[in-house]
Design a protein around this ligand. Structure first.
Ligand SMILES: Cc1cc2nc3c(=O)[nH]c(=O)nc-3n(C[C@H](O)[C@H](O)[C@H](O)COP(=O)(O)OP(=O)(O)OC[C@H]3O[C@@H](n4cnc5c(N)ncnc54)[C@H](O)[C@@H]3O)c2cc1C
Length: 135
């Protein structure tokens, strides 16, 4: 079980599912969901992801302006991309779709009330159900 289907949860769930584990990915939200974010992905992030983000890339950034408190600005231009821009809701929904295609099962849950660990399992208790996984 992975709680939270944002980029971090999807990344964990994707690798587990791709390596043959049965994965339940849980979130209190349906996707796509609104998220305050600029939607920029550094090239390090783009390389770390297990799939291409080209389908959700809106812009490839090769120029940025750096400003300091005094108000002066420097334009930085590069041949190699600095980052790519996405719309966060689209990016997150895409990551979730790729993770489900890798085999993870997504389920929306109600508010999480407790996480109880025993010697060989963990139980998540939500307002409407209990979910148990061995580890
Ligand atoms: C204004 C702003 C701009 C930003 N711009 C950028 C940017 O351009 N580039 C960048 O890389 N980062 C940016 N960030 C940071 C980025 O948004 C976070 O680093 C990123 O969202 C972290 O991903 P995550 O998967 O850990 O968490 P999240 O994306 O927040 O996902 C967590 C998920 O867990 C779920 N969840 C939480 N608690 C529970 C619970 N109890 N039960 C069930 N589900 C639960 C939530 O519903 C959510 O879907 C920005 C952040 C802000 C605030």
């Amino acid at each position: 079980m992975v709680v939270g289907a944002g980029p971090a949860g999807c990344a964990a769930a994707y690798d587990l599912a791709a390596n043959g584990k049965r994965v339940l990915l849980l979130d209190k939200c349906e996707f796509p969901r609104p998220k305050a974010c600029a939607g920029g992905l550094t090239m390090k992030t783009v390389k770390a992801l297990r799939y291409s983000v080209e389908p959700v890339t809106r812009e490839v950034v090769r120029r940025i302006v750096l400003e300091n408190d005094g108000g002066s600005a420097t334009l930085v231009k590069t041949r190699q991309p600095i980052c790519v821009m996405t719309v966060r809701a689209e990016f997150d929904a895409y990551c979730l779709r790729k993770t489900m295609e890798a085999g993870a099962i997504f389920r929306r849950i109600g508010a999480l009330k407790s996480v109880e660990a025993s010697a060989d399992s963990v139980v998540l208790v939500t307002e409407s159900e209990s979910l148990r996984a061995r580890f």
